[in-house]
Write a protein of this length. Structure first.
Length: 129
C-alpha cells in the first residue's frame, strides 16, 4: 500500500498541514487517531452520498477519491498500530531491564554476605598475590 501511495503521490490533511506518507511518522498517536477518524468519516459520508445517486447498483464500483481515501485511512491505521506496538515493546524492554538490574543487585548483595561470613584467614587466603 505504501508503494501505491507513493505512485499516487498521496497527501494527507492533518492538523500540521498537508503531509506526505513519510511525514506521518512524525505525528503523535493522538494526531494520527484524529486524522484516521476524519478519513473514516469521509469514507462513510462518500458512500452515503453515492447511495443517494443509486451508484450502489453498480456493485463494487468506487470512485478514485474513495479508493484514495481508503488507502489513506489504511496507511494511517498501519502507522498508528506500528507506533503502538513499538511503544509497547519499549515499555516491556524497560521493565525487563529493570528486573534484570534488581536481580544483579541481589546477586552482588548475596556475594557480599557470603564474603562477610568468612574468617580472616579465609579472606587472606583468597587475596590474589
Amino acid at each position: 500500500m505504501y508503494k501505491q501511495a507513493s505512485q499516487l503521490k498521496l497527501r494527507f490533511d492533518t492538523p500540521k498541514g498537508v503531509l506526505g506518507v513519510e511525514n506521518l511518522w512524525d505525528l503523535t498517536k493522538e494526531e494520527l487517531a484524529k486524522v484516521a477518524k476524519n478519513y473514516r468519516k469521509k469514507i462513510k459520508d462518500s458512500s452515503k452520498s453515492d447511495d443517494e445517486e443509486l451508484s450502489f447498483l453498480e456493485e463494487g464500483k468506487q470512485t478514485q477519491s474513495q479508493i484514495e481515501d481508503t488507502l489513506r485511512f489504511n496507511i494511517i491505521k498501519d502507522i498508528y498500530t506500528t507506533k503502538v506496538a513499538a511503544e509497547k515493546e519499549s515499555i516491556e524492554a524497560a521493565q525487563k531491564k529493570l528486573k534484570n538490574q534488581k536481580i544483579l543487585e541481589l546477586i552482588a548483595k548475596k556475594q557480599d554476605e557470603e564474603l562477610e561470613g568468612k574468617s580472616i584467614e579465609e579472606l587472606q587466603a583468597m587475596l590474589e598475590k
